[in-house]
Design a protein around this ligand. Sequence first.
Ligand code: ADP
Length: 229
Amino acid sequence: MSKILKINGLEKRYTSGSKELTVLQNISFEVEKGQTFSIVGPSGSGKTTLLGLCAGLDEPNAGTVELCGYDLKTLNEDERAQLRNEEVGFIFQNFQLLPTLTALENVSVPLELQGAKDANSRAKELLEKVGLGDRIHHYPSQLSGGEQQRVALARAFSNRPSILFADEPTGNLDEETGEKVIQLLFDLNKDAGTTLVIISHDLDLAARTQQILRLKGGKILTNETTANF
Ligand code: ADP
């Protein structure tokens, strides 16, 4: 099987004033193409930092990240951005939609910026897929949390990513709405083969993925395959 993400000997330190804080230490793991993978751990254990390093949004102090066959260290900032545009999708706990754009524009504008000619029709199609066909001209403030997260999903799917990173995607949603969002994520994995890397403190959600990496205090506690694999 091919690996879409290979992390080797990763270390991350933050300096504030004269103090240095080691946030991640000796992190090595691999994610198979098409896999559903979760990263769990208590607040402050380094999950979000790790996700940023995996996606090339931040740089480690030591170790390597190989994403979609590219060692991120060998790419410049523009090349990394291009790799993200072409291969990576993101979902965040707080949706991160642009408040001044409608649902449709939140999905179509990034597509246009990437040069897609059919941005508008593709954005409409994606919003229909997540069940928001009748809400496309609403602004984020006119949508519920679950609806906003579904717009964020449509936007994250829009470049047909090979790998999708989701940071606490249900963190701000009630259980029922969160379940709908999770179902959409797993459908994407099944239908399009998109690799899912989900950060969550929800162990029930993690148990539904194929591999669970547990972090504590910036170190790996366990990395286990679940019965779903
Ligand atoms: P988690 O996502 O598991 O809650 P984070 O990756 O957000 O953990 O944070 C891990 C640790 O790194 C925390 O102690 C946090 O305070 C610290 N941290 C995160 N980002 C920064 C930063 N930019 N500067 C300094 N410390 C940071």
